[in-house]
Design a protein around this ligand. Structure first.
Ligand code: CA
Length: 535
């Protein structure tokens, strides 16, 4: 894992001593961490487009069997670049994932375990390193790390979760209020910043959407976008959790029990103005009246909620897709496409009715994976798909490496640049460590840690009252319905995975006991407060 870092440090040492530059090792070593085009065109720009809770089931490039939505602009990134099937998150929830991307470190080292923690922005982050290296840096949109951004020339962020309509925002410390749909505004502000940037420097822009986070409120122009089409249901919509344990049975994130009137659009979002509210009501009110008359219950009620959920969630995706289209068009128009790395990802995946759920948090596949598509003309072979175990943990290392900068030895991921070049290293990771801490908390998902491999997941719910192990064989059980931990046929797999889990915990410096910061119920998360207020 450390060999590419060593090379990066060697490069830096060589660059610091010009006399060494005649040594033949330089071009070869540089070639390992910089693209051929970067040599001639200067360092690549980085456009990082990031969304919140975007399930890969809702990107048509992922070719999900239910074919829920078409996303032509997102698909363009995959068609002209690389799509990753297994990009994993270390801790499947909003704030913690963002802290991982800032630092290249797991929660137990960056100090941000659960929503409600406050990010220590004084620590080393990749935007600071990029900025010191001469990049112009900006973050626009959702931030969700509670403390002010550091390492950015420009920041224009939503406070906390933000709202879907007419958002208050904070621009370089100043509170401002905007009118419009938040996804569109974040795109407008990103384009505005790109147009006004210092063109003598390469840029690193993080354009970060609130969408499609709960409560999934679409742009008013997209209401009814599906023209009444009934969305197909996932096979596990009525999962009874019988093959698994108490944690899965006792969670609070089902369409059946957890879905609120606000989630169902039976209540009007507070952020709409009077004019917008009229349009909103003209669409939802007649449908809601029909719903009230139908007096649904049981599975019929869950089915109705699923249809409403998908209309709204996927409606939000339409705007994200339009945003990507506008940003790609700008790069084309400005002649920037060739020397800009475009990354699209999300802070985790999401359940679209699988296991009867919405939300995230689990080591199960829909939430431990997140979409990742990267376009880098001249470096990535267009239309490539990759199934290596990669992670958001690798993003900062990748950006620094692509910029020709050394990767700090204390970052815990690994540069994806060789993979992007089609040269996956022999010693690329074969296993990945996961840990979730936010209990008690919204949706009541129990704390767990575990290891993910190409085929298996072994994980441990580790609290005194809910303490058991689960082993999932994804090859035989792709829907992840059966815990085979106690089956004799899996004895050797169980032992090997347990040993690997121990090895990972040691390598990643995971403490035996959860640190105090991970335990403290944060404001809004305490039991008895409004459910699911922060996620
Ligand atoms: Ca999220």
């Amino acid at each position: 894992m450390r060999s590419d870092r060593k090379i990066s440090w060697i490069i830096m040492a060589v660059l610091m001593f010009p006399a060494w530059q005649s040594v033949n090792v330089l071009p070869a070593a540089r070639g390992d961490s910089q693209s051929p085009q970067a040599e001639t065109k200067g360092r690549p720009n980085i456009l990082f487009i990031f969304s919140d809770d975007h399930a890969s089931q809702a990107i048509s490039a992922y070719d999900h069997p239910l074919k829920l939505v078409q996303t032509p602009n997102l698909d363009r990134i995959a068609r002209e670049g690389m799509l990753f099937n297994r990009c994993l998150v270390p801790n499947s929830i909003c704030g913690p994932c963002r802290a991982v991307i800032q630092t290249g470190k797991y929660s137990h080292l960056n100090g941000f375990y659960r929503n409600g923690n406050r990010f220590n922005g004084d620590q080393q982050t990749f935007p600071k390193l990029m900025r010191s290296a001469g990049y112009q840096t900006a973050v626009i949109g959702k931030w969700h790390l509670e403390t002010d951004p550091q390492g950015f020339d420009y920041w224009h962020i939503l406070p906390g979760q933000g709202v879907y309509y007419n958002p208050p925002m904070i621009r370089n410390g100043e509170r401002v209020k905007h009118t419009g749909y938040t996804t569109d505004l974040i795109t407008d502000f990103s384009l505005e910043w790109l147009r006004g940037r210092d063109k003598s420097k390469p840029f690193m822009l993080m354009a970060q959407h609130k969408a499609p986070h709960r409560e999934w409120s679409p742009n008013l122009k997209h209401l009814g976008w599906n023209k009444g089409r009934t969305f197909p249901e996932p096979p596990t919509l009525f999962d009874d959790y019988s093959g698994r344990g108490r944690a899965e049975r006792e969670q609070d994130m089902t369409l059946e029990k957890t879905f609120t009137p606000l989630d169902a659009k039976l209540e009007v979002p507070g952020s709409l103005n009077a004019e917008q509210r009229k349009i909103w009501n003209a669409f939802y009110q007649p449908l809601n009246e029909d719903f009230q008359k139908a007096n649904l219950s049981g599975k019929d009620l869950t089915r109705w909620r699923y249809q409403r959920y998908l209309h709204d969630y996927l409606g939000c995706i339409l705007s994200v897709d339009e945003s990507v289209g506008r940003l790609l068009q700008f790069l084309d128009d400005e002649g920037l496409a060739e020397n800009t790395i475009v990354v699209y990802s999300s802070d985790q995946g999401f359940y679209l009715g699988e296991h009867g759920w919405f939300d995230k948090r689990w080591i199960y596949e829909e939430s431990v994976t997140t979409p990742l598509m990267v376009r880098w003309p001249g470096v990535i072979s267009p239309g490539t798909k990759n199934s290596s175990l990669v992670s958001v943990l690798d993003f900062p290392e990748t950006f620094l490496d692509a910029a020709g900068e050394p990767v700090p030895a204390d970052m815990q991921g690994r540069s994806l640049v060789p993979i992007l070049k089609g040269q996956t290293p022999e010693d690329w990771r074969k296993s990945f460590y996961y840990q979730y801490y936010e209990y008690p908390g919204p949706h009541s998902v129990r704390k767990h840690y575990g290891v993910v491999t190409d085929r298996y997941k072994l994980f441990h719910f580790y609290e005194p009252d809910v303490d058991y192990w689960t082993l999932i064989d994804r090859e035989k059980d792709p829907l992840e319905l059966e815990n085979v931990y106690d089956e004799e046929a899996y004895a050797s797999a169980r032992m090997e995975l347990a040993a690997e889990l121990t090895r990972l915990r040691t390598e990643l410096k995971v403490p035996d006991q959860d640190p105090a910061d991970s335990l403290a119920p944060s404001p809004g998360n305490a039991p008895g407060k409004r459910k699911n207020a922060r996620n």
